[in-house]
Design a protein around this ligand. Structure first.
Ligand SMILES: Nc1ncnc2c1ncn2[C@@H]1O[C@H](COP(=O)(O)OP(=O)(O)OP(=O)(O)O)[C@@H](O)[C@H]1O
Ligand SMILES: Cc1cn([C@H]2C[C@H](O)[C@@H](COP(=O)(O)O)O2)c(=O)[nH]c1=O
Length: 221
């Protein structure tokens, strides 16, 4: 994507009775922790959500993707990685997201297409404009929450959780720094909400946003 290209991503409104909530943010920003808190709060209110994740196991278990994550110079070319990542998103949309939305359930997805976009915005090795016609077939989330924390906090969390591996992109200061900027910029141009997880209150704020959306839905039905 050019410097001058506004990072407004045209996605398809889903028009289904469920609610699609995308929880995004850099590695270690607290997505898994927060989605579990929101899921259990909704369950206590009698709402059964679908907790899910992108990329799926298909992507994560692929040996070439694994190699690319360990050592980007040896792995897939940028376009091959992008196309496989998109195939994985579409398969997940058809198999998991759409059925749940049709059934009227809230879907909380840990990462969505914004993770794919930020990855290539940071790497700068792919013309993302070429993907726009394909992106237009992905569903637009009803709510986009982007979690953020200072770079040193993110690095400490990931290293403490997974052990040190300086070749991994999520353990490189420059990658983390730039991916934070990319997430925040995508959020601000695409109606997202940035919540900081190095201070108390992110889970409460996320729940408030989901509840406002649910009330809105009830009001308009
Ligand atoms: N609000 C928070 N305050 C302090 N620590 C947190 C907070 N949220 C998460 N953590 C800790 O940070 C680490 C990463 O959290 P979590 O796995 O939820 O992040 P994530 O965004 O899902 O990460 P990844 O994308 O790398 O899987 C965990 O050890 C978790 O306990
Ligand atoms: C191409 C591509 C990359 N990612 C990145 C974002 C994260 O650094 C990892 C996934 O991390 P997790 O802790 O295993 O969730 O991969 C992505 O998420 N999606 C993509 O399409």
């Amino acid at each position: 994507m050019d410097e001058g290209t506004p990072m407004i991503i045209e996605l398809r409104p889903h028009g289904m009775p469920g609610l699609l909530v995308a929880i995004e943010g850099p590695d270690g920003s607290g997505k898994t922790t927060l989605e579990e808190v929101v899921e259990s709060a909704l369950r206590r209110r009698g709402l059964s959500s679908v907790l899910t994740q992108q990329p799926t196991r298909w992507w994560r278990d692929d040996p070439k993707v694994a190699e690319t994550r360990r050592n980007p110079d040896e792995g897939l070319s940028p376009m091959a990685l992008a196309l496989f990542s998109l195939a994985d998103r579409f398969e997940h949309q058809v198999r998991v997201v759409e059925p749940a939305l049709l059934a009227g359930r809230p879907v909380l997805t840990n990462r969505y297409v914004f993770s794919l976009l930020t990855h290539f915005m940071v790497e700068g090795d792919l013309d993302l404009d070429a993907l726009r016609p394909v992106l237009a077939h992905l569903l637009r989330p009803d709510l986009l929450i982007v979690l953020d924390a200072p770079t040193h906090v993110l690095l400490e969390r990931v290293i403490e959780r997974d052990g040190s591996d300086p070749r991994r992109w999520d353990q490189q200061r420059a990658y983390v720094e730039r991916s934070r900027e990319a997430y925040v910029s995508l959020a601000s141009r695409n109606g997202g909400h940035v919540l900081r997880t190095d201070r108390p209150g992110a889970a409460r704020d996320a729940l408030t946003l989901v509840e406002e959306l649910l009330l809105d839905r009830r009001g308009s039905s």
